[in-house]
Design a protein around this ligand. Structure first.
Ligand code: GLN
Length: 486
């Protein structure tokens, strides 16, 4: 009974903890041991906080004994290293923050702490969340648990791989253009990007502020609902967080999907789609239809502009957000005889190549005389993309698409060619541009044995319908039950 506690989902562990058949410390110790034994091969963690985790586990134990537990009490989690944690190093995958120990918790971390969760540590990511493969981490890449020669996806690659490899019960990531959903798809786990504003971003290191959202990566759909129940809601410290009531997302699980209208956008099934991905996603659509959903063809005509718009808006906002890393207030400081030289040395040595590329692109796009041609124009096309979704949601409740045009590619394969790397985000970035929620659920494997994800997107604050459809799909299939051989 008590072996392999490390492999259990939150929903499986919860009742065992509640009935006190296993203790939070037992689960935590098993996971710490497994990380110790296996993470050398995968490199999902940047910082393991064994002492902190054990202390939290003991506290959770006390709460369980007193009957003051929540569904997350005693659950060991991994946090993407973009979320600040009080007293625990937060690097954002960058040299510039290599030794940064935040004096406060991100709101999501504070809420999870309050709920009694246990933090095992901080997991790997592309530097400042810029990337699709975790290869842009200053501390070396994470490997895909299904094939160590492949990328785990990114930027939340550590979060996804740690869940898939049973090195945590669940994790949090952030998604600016697909960074939760794409690694979830490549690692065969569930990943949810909530509606823009659904979750407070206070304490999330900012990348592109009009796009960033925090969300869960989990072993099953129900766990994502449990985590969203805890982290969603208004926060006066984040002016973009929505002041909208948070429903109990568990209530949408188990509702049948008979009659649910699922839109299939023709623009997402064209050329360039890997045949294994195409086949798996089409089979998933058939499964949903078999459950009584009604498939309707929809069109999202501005999809072809999404990558271009994203890589304008995101880099422009990044160039502004990253201006704060000047070597003065915190983080790494380079040497220089003058202030300007010091700034230059700090930013040249502190940032990696991709981050520097984006800061330069963004600075150019925002500079006097170019703002109208680039950022403003990009924002206008963004409104058209949002309009596409508004029109589609008049015809359907949920939109179903692939997550990524291919299964996980090989480490190093796209590093020399940023444009090809950017194009791999084609199916995920529209949800960020539109501010809408999207979830990835495992829907099959490639002939090479790599996981494939199905994306379900909903209208703003439509998370409940996503959970309903994703859960129904999950119950009808068993892709999520497969585990990589490690
Ligand atoms: N791959 C995209 C990028 O490189 C998305 C990253 C993200 O969602 N943080 O920007």
């Amino acid at each position: 009974m008590t072996d392999a506690l490390y492999s259990l989902s939150i929903s499986q562990l919860g009742p065992l903890l509640a009935r006190r058949e296993v203790s939070p410390l037992e689960v935590t110790d098993q996971l710490l041991e497994r990380i110790e034994g296996l993470d050398g091969q995968l490199h999902t963690y940047l910082t393991v906080d064994a002492d902190g985790a054990r202390a939290q586990a003991r506290e959770a134990e006390g709460r369980l004994a007193k009957g003051e537990a929540t569904p997350l009490t005693g659950i060991p989690l991994a946090l993407k290293d973009v979320l600040v944690t009080r007293g625990l190093r937060t690097t954002c995958g960058s040299r510039i923050l290599e030794n940064f120990v935040p004096p406060y918790d991100a709101t999501v971390c504070a809420r999870l702490r309050q709920a009694g969760a246990v933090f095992l540590g901080k997991v790997n990511m592309d530097e400042f969340a810029m990337g699709s493969s975790t290869e842009n981490s200053a501390f070396g890449p994470t490997h895909n648990p299904w094939n160590r020669d492949c990328i785990p996806g990114g930027s939340s690659g550590g979060s996804a791989a740690a869940v898939a490899a049973d090195l945590c019960s669940a994790s949090l990531g952030s998604d600016t253009g697909g960074s939760i959903r794409q690694p979830a798809s490549h690692c065969g786990v569930v990943g949810l990007k909530p509606t823009y504003g659904r979750v407070s971003r206070y304490g999330l290191v900012a990348y592109a502020s009009s796009l960033d959202q925090i969300g869960p990566l989990t072993k099953e759909v129900r766990d994502a609902a449990l985590l969203l129940n805890c982290i969603a809601g208004h926060d006066r410290r984040d002016s973009t967080s929505l002041d909208a009531a948070v429903p109990d997302y568990l209530e949408s699980l188990g509702r049948e999907i008979k009659g649910l209208k699922i839109g299939v956008p023709r623009e997402y099934f064209g050329g360039g789609l890997d045949p294994d991905v195409d086949a798996a996603v089409r089979q998933a659509l058939k499964t949903l239809e078999g459950l009584g959903a009604e498939l309707v063809e929809v069109s999202l005509p501005h999809t072809e502009y999404a990558v271009a718009v994203y890589y304008l808006v995101a880099v422009a906002e990044a160039s502004s957000n990253l201006a704060r890393y000047d070597g003065v207030k915190y983080g790494f400081r380079g040497e220089g005889r003058s202030l300007l030289e010091m700034y230059g040395a700090t930013r040249t040595q502190g940032f990696g190549a991709e981050v520097r590329r984006r800061i330069m692109l963004g600075t150019y796009a925002l500079s006097a005389g170019y703002y109208d041609a680039y950022y403003r124009k990009g924002s206008q096309v963004r409104s058209l993309i949002r309009g596409d979704f508004d029109a589609a949601y008049k015809k359907c409740e949920v939109v179903a698409t692939p997550i990524s045009p291919t299964p996980a590619f090989r480490l190093g394969e796209k590093m020399a060619d940023p444009l090809t790397m950017y194009l791999s985000d084609i199916f995920t970035i529209s949800a960020n541009l539109g501010g809408i929620p999207g979830i990835s659920v495992p829907c099959g494997f490639s002939s090479g044995g790599l996981p494939i994800g199905l994306q379900l997107m909903g209208p703003p604050l439509g998370e409940a319908a996503l959970f309903q459809a994703a859960y129904a799909f999950e119950q009808a299939t068993d892709w999520h039950k497969r585990k990589p051989q490690l």
